[in-house]
Each structure stands twice: as structure tokens, then as C-alpha cells.
Design a protein around this ligand. Structure first.
Ligand code: SF4
Ligand code: SF4
Ligand code: SF4
Length: 323
């Protein structure tokens, strides 16, 4: 796949379709891969990488990149195409300046799950019949592939690309996903148990802002958390109220726009399952206003943006299951 992608990028650069490429480049370690811009065939040959660890969604970078001169080639996995569609719907990207090549997605691997098995000093990795053969500085180690799958891929909602200019490989389908299972478990807890669960998680937050910065739904030019007049500006939380507030505000700000891309949880250095907050909103929107998948298209109005006289007042008069 990596070779096909490099060849496609070189071809589109050479024929002038695009003047740069957004993809991923090698880091210090085999699993340490970051989004990067490539402008020449030489740069692609030297650094472009696509492997089991290229989980990062590059859609958000297109907010700025699509406003620059010339077209940019973006390689998007199925989940990433939902983010781009949502950004297009919100007029945050100039879709005409983006050439999307859809690529097959995961499952991607989570290096932390491999390290949690005591496997360190990783220098290379191969998937042989769903067994990972992991080269390390201490010799080869093995572990089952499925035990290292990233959480976002383990509950994948779709292998279908919802926007692209061309595809490498076959397109997939929307999947039956288990993504609301944990939300249901939380709903079945008592209020105190649920509060304790979230306090245990949110108290770990070091307010690094990675979740906000990576989120394709968080593209406000002036974020409330950067405003020194707000009283909630960018700083470490000083008490549990501030810890809760940051996450509650952010979850409300992306409600109805979160595509469930899973990036917030993926990048959190404290392993806080932030996606569960957003999935609760998604599940509630589905049950209160009808099934809706943010980013599925660029035209339909989102339930939270479309008032109808039949709408329930979820927090005031609506009782679940009672019409
Ligand atoms: S990424 Fe994690 S630690 Fe950083 S601000 Fe978000 S929740 Fe807190
Ligand atoms: S809140 Fe998390 S899952 Fe939702 S769009 Fe943002 S990064 Fe993706
Ligand atoms: S946290 Fe709210 S204000 Fe800040 S970027 Fe996200 S949506 Fe915008």
C-alpha cells in the first residue's frame, strides 16, 4: 500500500494536479509517526510512511492547508472522510482545493498496548496471519494482532469512504458497530457510580489540550479556552470543577458535529476515554431526533441545527420511551 500511495502522489505532483501532499512521516521510532507535508518526489521517497501505526486523521490540517495556493493531495482513511465531509458542511475547508485519494483504513495498532505487554525497544513489526512478529533490540517477540488493535479501530463504524476523488483499493461498507456498548453500561450505572467513573477519569487530565487540538470538530479560530477573559482559559485545572468543566464544555461544543473519529481518546496521554462522552451525545441525538451520522454527507441539516415543532425538549419534558 505504501508504495502505491507514493507512486500515486508522485504522479499527481508530476502532472500538476496537486502541488503538495499531506500524509505521514517517519519519526524516531517505528510507531512514532506524524502527519507531514511533502512537496517533492525526493521527500516522498525519503520520509513518507503508511503502516499499522499511521492512525492520525489528517483532515483537520486541511482547514489551513486548503486555503493556500494550489491543490493539496490528502490520503484519507474511511473514518477520516467523515471528518472532511463535516468540515466541508461547516465551510471550514475549501473542498475544491483538496484532491482526496481514499485509502483502506485499519485496523491500526496502539503501541501502548504492545508496550503494556512488556515489549519495549521496538524496531520493526510484521503481521503474519494475525500474529504480530515484533522486532526489538532485545530480540523477536510475538503477540496476537487483535490484542494490539487501537480502541478507535476496535469499534469502527464504517469502512466506506463518504468523499473521495479516487480510491486506491476497494471501498467498504458501513458496519454494525459495538460502539455504544460501553455507553449503555454507563447509562445502567447509578448516578453516583457514573459520577465516580468520570471523576476517576477526568481527575487524570493534565490539560495538555491535545484532545482539543487534534479534534476536527474543534476548529474555532478563537477557542473559548484560549480567552483569558473567560476564566476558563488554557491552564491546568486547579480543582475538580475546572477538570469537569473543560470536558463538559468541549463535549457540548462538538455535540451533533462529532463524527466519532476517535482522535481525542487516541492522543490523550492520560488514556481518558473521551469518546464515551461524545458517544453519549451521539446516542442521545439518535434516540431523541432520529438516526444521524455527522459527516455522512455535506448537505443534510444536523438535528441540533434544525428546529421542528415536533422536537422534544430533552431535558425538560421528554421522557425516554414515552411519546
Ligand atoms: S488530551 Fe487528555 S490530558 Fe490532554 S487535555 Fe485532553 S483529556 Fe486532558
Ligand atoms: S470529539 Fe473526539 S471523536 Fe469527536 S470529532 Fe472530536 S476528536 Fe473526533
Ligand atoms: S473547545 Fe469549543 S470553542 Fe474551543 S475549539 Fe472546540 S468547539 Fe471551539
Amino acid at each position: 500500500m505504501q508504495e502505491a500511495m507514493i507512486n500515486k502522489a508522485k504522479q499527481l505532483l508530476a502532472d500538476g494536479t496537486v502541488n503538495r501532499v499531506i500524509g505521514w512521516k517517519k519519526g524516531e521510532f517505528v510507531y512514532d509517526i506524524t502527519p507531514a507535508i511533502f512537496e517533492t518526489a525526493e521527500e516522498l521517497d525519503a520520509d513518507f510512511v503508511y503502516n499499522e501505526f499511521t492512525a492520525a486523521n489528517v483532515s483537520k490540517y486541511l482547514v489551513k492547508e486548503s486555503k493556500k495556493e494550489g491543490k493539496i493531495l490528502a490520503f484519507l482513511k474511511p473514518c477520516d472522510t467523515y471528518s472532511l465531509n463535516q468540515l466541508t458542511k461547516e465551510h471550514r475547508v475549501n473542498r475544491d482545493n483538496i484532491y482526496v485519494v481514499g485509502i483502506p483504513g485499519g485496523p491500526k495498532l496502539d503501541a501502548e498496548k504492545i508496550k503494556a505487554k512488556g515489549i519495549t525497544g521496538i524496531t520493526g513489526i510484521k503481521n503474519e496471519n494475525y500474529t504480530l512478529k515484533i522486532e526489538t533490540v532485545y530480540g523477536e517477540q510475538t503477540m496476537p494482532f487483535y490484542e494490539a488493535i487501537s480502541d478507535k479501530c476496535a469499534s469502527c463504524k464504517s469502512k466506506k469512504h463518504v468523499t473521495y476523488d479516487e480510491l486506491i483499493g476497494e471501498d467498504g461498507d458501513v458496519l454494525e458497530s459495538n460502539r455504544f456498548d460501553m455507553v449503555e453500561k454507563l447509562e445502567n450505572m447509578t448516578a453516583q457510580e457514573r459520577y465516580d467513573f468520570w471523576r476517576a477519569e477526568l481527575s487524570k487530565c493534565i490539560r495538555c489540550n491535545a484532545c482539543r487540538n487534534v479534534c476536527p470538530a474543534c476548529t474555532c479560530e478563537k477557542c473559548v479556552f484560549d480567552n483569558p477573559e473567560s476564566g476558563v482559559e488554557n491552564k491546568a485545572a486547579s480543582n475538580s470543577f475546572e477538570e469537569n468543566m473543560f470536558h463538559i464544555i468541549r463535549a457540548f461544543h462538538v455535540a451533533g458535529r462529532c463524527t466519532d473519529c476517535g482522535e481525542c481518546s487516541r492522543v490523550c496521554p492520560q488514556n481518558i476515554p473521551l469518546h464515551l462522552l461524545n458517544r453519549k451525545f451521539i446516542k442521545d441525538i439518535n434516540s431523541l431526533y432520529g438516526e444521524y451520522q455527522a459527516g455522512e454527507d455535506t448537505t443534510t441539516k444536523a438535528p441540533l441545527n434544525a428546529y421542528t415543532t415536533d422536537d422534544c425538549e430533552a431535558s425538560i419534558v421528554h421522557e425516554r420511551g414515552v411519546e
